[in-house]
Design a protein around this ligand. Sequence first.
Ligand SMILES: [Ca+2]
Ligand SMILES: [Ca+2]
Ligand SMILES: [Ca+2]
Length: 187
Amino acid sequence: MLNDLQQRKLAHLFTLLDVDDDGTVDKMDYTASADRLVNAFGFAPGSTESRRVRERYARLWDEVTLPMDADGDERVELKEFTAGFYRFVTQPGTGYHTHIAPVADAFYDLMDTDGDGRITRIEYLRMAESAFRLSEANAAVAFERLDLDGNGSLSRQELHVANEQFFRSPDPESRGNWLFGPLPALG
Ligand SMILES: [Ca+2]
Ligand SMILES: [Ca+2]
Ligand SMILES: [Ca+2]
């Protein structure tokens, strides 16, 4: 079983991904996220970058999210989403590394617009506020927590540690819990 914290983290991410707030995540939500990201990064329509974003989201849907759709209605409800991640989280080694790590890498590549191999605060905030709908304040708080060595940017390694903690850690002290900003207060 996932503990309460793990379930809260997944419910929080689910809410961020459900762009039209209809209580399910479907392909339209990912199209809307891709649009928000493309706009925030200033990629021209039809450009290589904007095609790359759309292609990444299409794969995220086909390879990670749609397989969670247990009842086959092409919409993923919170219950399906949680059960899907439970499988990734509990499969020893392979679940996270096969399904989640490549997605984290893809987002890392998208965020790193200047291609210097590090994610600055500006790059992180732009992604968090567009694709994941965080407020600027929440995105800033998240960045401070994730920048483990406090040098003002995130390495790929730091992001992977944070990402794995977000999806797998039952520990309330894990910094990776902050990957998508503060969790909503209980109740
Ligand atoms: Ca939705
Ligand atoms: Ca479904
Ligand atoms: Ca960079």
